[in-house]
Each structure stands twice: as C-alpha cells, then as structure tokens.
Write a protein that binds this ligand. Structure first.
Ligand code: SF4
Ligand code: SF4
Ligand code: SF4
Length: 255
C-alpha cells in the first residue's frame, strides 16, 4: 500500500505561496484552478457535481489527512487534475467506505457535505455515496469470455445489489452456465473495490465519474405505453388511438 506523504500537501501549499510572493500568484493559482481537469478524476464521498466541487473546495487537504486508508491524494500541478484538490485512484487504493466518513467530517468548506448521503434528514450512510459508477468492458472481462470469475462481485461491499451475477447459457460449451457480473448504477457507490480486485492485467471493470457515463432520459420522454393511456387520449378528444392505428396498420400488412 502506498505510504502517505504529508510533505506532499505542504509542498503544494508552499508552491502556491512562493508563486504569490513572486507576484504571479494570482495567475498561477487561476491556471491551477481552471487547468485541465482529468476527465476521470474521482472525488471523495459526499462531493457534489464536479463544478460544485471545484468552486467550493478550498484545497486545504484536511480530507486527505483524515482518510485512514491513504485513499485520497492531493492533485499536483502536473497530473492533469485541478491542483490541490483531492481525488483517488481505485486500482491503487479504493475508498473503503468508512461508516463514519471521516474525510467528509473533516471538510471545513462544505465541498464534502454529509447531507448528500443522508436520506430525508436521516443519519449519514456511506452506502448512499455516489463517487462514480463501475463500468464493465464486456469485450475483455474474462467472465464474458467463458471463464469463471467473480472477483469483482465478491469484493463489492454491496454484493448482490451494486454488482449481481446473471446466469446465461454458455455459448462456448453449449452445456454450462456463465455467471456474468452486472452493475446496478442506482446502487453502486463508486468505491472502486471491484476495480481493485479485478484479475485482468488492466482492469476490465473501472469506476468512472457518473457525470461522464450516465445518460439522462429527459422530461419529454415517455418510457412506455401505460395501461390507461389509450382512454386518456380518447378523453382528450383524439378521435382514435394512435396505438390502435399502428396495430391495424401492421395487421393489415400495410408495411
Ligand atoms: S470513506 Fe474512508 S476510505 Fe473512503 S475516502 Fe473517506 S476516509 Fe478514505
Ligand atoms: S477538506 Fe474539503 S475543502 Fe479541504 S481539500 Fe478536502 S474537499 Fe477540499
Ligand atoms: S464501485 Fe464496484 S465495488 Fe464499489 S459499490 Fe460499485 S460495483 Fe460495488
């Protein structure tokens, strides 16, 4: 496990203050704040959207110091993430989902806010964290290649909920069943324990920021035809149901 280096945070702060002393502090700091933000930077639990986080984190490093597993690191000016902000790399050290969430408790600015993991004013619950979402590369995952592997499934603290296994008749042997890991994005916390446990040389399950991965249905989209919709349309003065017309059209062989 990587050793925590308290000097690293001091070095960043020193670097910023010396830049200020040279009279270019404002310029350098603004470059660091706005600088290229690595698309896949994962933030500690209880952070909001990336833009909210960047505007509220004061780069104090207290969350990093509070993390007992040395999961969190402070970005340096060279690693493509807004300098001085905390992030983690699950393949190296995932978030171990401390029940008391010490990183968020230590945050003085509200960038990490326990309310974000508290349901309806209840107690904070780390299982409600949304640091990212696990995504499976089914082309290279060996379970999808016909080899039995459930390393990610077993590593998941929300086993059977965030990751579950789906049985599929083997298309390789035509005799056995395959157990395929699937992620439920609504439950996954983005802790990265699955990514850490993945047995492939480069992980085929990876945690990515939710904003980058998840789509949005949009308010105008109607998911499906619900029972009662037909009568609702007729009540609203439409002469006949478009669904009926469509069915008749198909049944009449009019395509
Ligand atoms: S929940 Fe625990 S392991 Fe995860 S980042 Fe916070 S302090 Fe570190
Ligand atoms: S404790 Fe809060 S303000 Fe300080 S670096 Fe961590 S997230 Fe940013
Ligand atoms: S990131 Fe992986 S281990 Fe963590 S909750 Fe999601 S599926 Fe489970």
């Amino acid at each position: 496990m990587e050793k925590f280096n308290p000097e690293r945070r001091k070095t960043i702060l020193k670097w910023v203050s010396s830049a200020g002393a040279l009279g270019v502090g404002a310029m350098v700091w603004s470059v660091c704040l706005k600088g290229a933000n690595k698309a896949d930077a994962l933030r500690p639990p209880c952070a909001g959207s990336e833009s909210e986080f960047l505007s509220s984190c004061i780069r104090c490093g207290l969350c990093v110091e509070a993390c007992p597993y040395l999961t969190l690191k402070l970005a340096t000016p060279s690693n493509g993430i807004s300098a001085g902000t905390p992030y983690f790399e699950p393949r190296k050290i995932p978030c171990y989902m401390c029940k008391d969430i010490p990183c968020a408790k230590a945050c003085p600015s509200g960038a990490l806010d326990l309310k974000r993991v508290s349901k309806e004013g209840g107690e904070p619950n780390i299982n409600e964290a949304k640091m990212g979402v696990a995504v499976i590369d089914t082309t290279h995952c060996i379970a999808y290649g016909g080899i039995q592997c459930d390393a990610c499934y077993r590593a998941c603290p929300l086993i059977g909920k965030a990751i579950y296994l789906e049985f599929r008749h083997s298309t390789f042997t035509n005799e056995h069943s395959e157990l395929l890991p699937m992620v439920n994005a609504e439950v996954c916390t983005g802790c990265g324990m699955c990514e850490r446990a993945c047995v492939t040389a480069k992980p085929t399950i990876r945690v990515l920021p939710r904003e980058k991965v998840l789509g949005s249905v949009g308010e105008h989209y109607i998911r499906s035809w619900k029972e009662g919709d037909e009568s609702r349309i007729l009540e609203n003065g439409v002469s006949s149901s478009p669904r009926k017309d469509a069915l008749d059209y198909l049944n009449d062989g009019g395509f």
